[in-house]
Design a protein around this ligand. Structure first.
Ligand SMILES: Cc1cc2nc3c(=O)[nH]c(=O)nc-3n(C[C@H](O)[C@H](O)[C@H](O)COP(=O)(O)OP(=O)(O)OC[C@H]3O[C@@H](n4cnc5c(N)ncnc54)[C@H](O)[C@@H]3O)c2cc1C
Length: 320
C-alpha cells in the first residue's frame, strides 16, 4: 500500500481543488506520493484545470455507464481502481454525490468514511466537528486497509489554478449494465433560490450588532457598493431578518471568499468554523475583546452605525 488518491468531481472544481489541497497536506505529512482520479474524458476541464502544482498522474475513469451518476456505477468503478492502485488514503470532496456513494464504497474494503474533515494534523490525525460544532473529534486510522476521507467545503484553501503538465491514464472499469439498479434523475442542487455563498469572492456578513431588521439596508448598501454577497450570523437568520440560506457557520454555509467583512459579529466558534478559511477577514466591532478579532486580518474597533456608512461612501468614491 502506498500513495494518496484524490478523487475529483467533474463540475465541482472548486471543492475538488480544495480536496487536492488537503491531499497535498497529507502528502507532506506522510511523504506519500499524490495522484488524482475523476470520472470523465481525459480532455475534460477537471483534469486540465487541476489547480496548483499538479500531481504526476491523473486517472481518467471512463465507461458509458458512468456518464450519468449512479451509486452502483461509481462504487463498482472506484472499487476496481482502488484495488488496482492500492492507495493508503483516498480523499474526496464532501459533496452530495460523495456522501451518497463513498460510505458504501468504503464498506467494500471493510472501512468507514471519515467524513467532513476540517483539518489534517501530524500522525496523520483527522479533525471533524461533532454535534453541530459543539465538539471537535480527532481520528486516526489504524492502517489496516485504505483510509477513506471526505473534505468539508472551505476547510482547505485551493491553490490558484495553473496549467497542468501531468500524465493522464485512462482507466476502464468493468461495469455490467445489469449492475446499475437505479435510473439517474436530475442531480440535486438545492432550491432554485439557494444562494451559493461557497462560491462568492466577496462577502459582507452581519451579526446581532445591527440590532434590528430595519437597519439591514445599511450593510446591504455596503455589500452592493463592493459587489459582495450579503451573509449573516445565525441569530439574524433565526429571527427571519435574512433567509436561512445566507447563514454562515457550523449549521449554515462554509465560505472561503477573498474578503469576509464581519459587521457586528462576536466570533462564536460556530460562526468561525464557517468562515475562518477566508483569505482576508475584516471585522468591525465596538468591543475590542470580541473573539472575531482573533481571526481577523484587519480590525476596526468602533460603532458600526458610524463605520459602515463611512466605508460605503469610501468604496463608492474609490469606484468613481
Ligand atoms: C448547535 C449550534 C449551532 C450554531 N450554529 C451557528 C452558525 O451556523 N452560525 C452562527 O453564526 N452561529 C451559530 N450558532 C450560534 C453561535 O453560538 C452564536 O450565538 C452566534 O454566532 C452569535 O451571533 P452574533 O455574533 O451575530 O451575535 P452576538 O454574539 O450577540 O454578537 C454581537 C456582536 O456585535 C457587537 N456590537 C453590538 N453593537 C455594535 C455596534 N453598534 N457596532 C459594532 N459592533 C457592535 C458586539 O460587541 C458583539 O460582539 C450556533 C449555536 C449552536 C449551539
Amino acid at each position: 500500500m502506498s500513495g494518496i488518491l484524490v478523487v475529483q468531481e467533474a463540475g465541482r472544481n472548486r471543492i475538488s481543488f480544495e480536496a487536492l489541497a488537503a491531499g497535498r497536506v497529507l502528502a507532506e505529512l506522510t511523504g506519500l506520493p499524490l495522484e488524482t482520479a475523476a470520472v470523465g474524458d481525459p480532455n475534460s476541464t477537471v483534469f486540465v484545470e487541476t489547480s496548483g502544482q499538479p500531481p504526476a498522474v491523473a486517472h481518467a475513469v471512463q465507461d458509458p455507464l458512468l456518464e450519468k451518476y449512479t451509486s452502483d456505477g461509481y462504487v463498482l468503478a472506484f472499487e476496481q481502481l482502488i484495488r488496482k492502485l492500492e492507495p493508503s488514503f483516498i480523499v474526496f470532496p464532501h459533496t452530495y454525490q460523495s456522501r451518497d456513494y463513498v460510505p458504501r464504497l468504503a464498506t467494500r474494503f471493510g472501512q468507514v468514511l471519515i467524513g467532513d474533515i476540517t483539518g489534517i494534523e501530524a500522525g496523520p490525525t483527522f479533525v471533524r466537528q461533532l454535534f453541530q460544532g459543539k465538539m471537535i473529534g480527532s481520528y486516526r486510522h489504524p492502517g489496516d486497509g485504505p483510509c477513506f476521507l471526505s473534505i468539508q467545503a472551505g476547510a482547505f484553501r485551493a491553490d490558484p489554478p495553473q496549467a497542468g503538465t501531468f500524465t493522464i491514464l485512462p482507466f476502464e472499469p468493468e461495469i455490467p449494465a445489469s449492475a446499475i439498479r437505479t435510473k439517474p434523475g436530475v442531480p440535486f442542487r438545492g432550491s432554485a433560490q439557494t444562494v451559493d455563498l461557497g462560491s462568492a469572492q466577496l462577502i459582507v456578513s452581519v451579526g446581532r450588532g445591527i440590532k434590528e431588521a430595519d437597519n439591514l439596508p445599511l450593510v446591504q448598501d455596503l455589500a452592493t457598493a463592493l459587489g459582495a454577497e450579503l451573509a449573516a450570523s445565525r441569530p439574524i437568520c433565526d429571527s427571519g431578518w435574512l433567509p436561512l440560506e445566507r447563514q454562515v457557520g457550523s449549521s449554515g454555509q462554509t465560505v472561503s471568499p477573498k474578503l469576509y467583512l464581519a459587521v457586528g459579529i462576536s466570533g462564536a466558534i460556530q460562526h468561525l468554523v464557517g468562515m475562518k478559511g477566508s483569505q482576508c477577514i475584516v471585522a468591525i466591532n465596538k468591543d475590542p475583546d470580541a473573539p472575531i478579532f482573533e481571526v481577523a486580518d484587519y480590525g476596526i474597533v468602533g460603532d458600526l452605525f458610524e463605520v459602515v456608512p463611512a466605508l460605503t461612501e469610501a468604496v463608492k468614491a474609490a469606484k468613481q
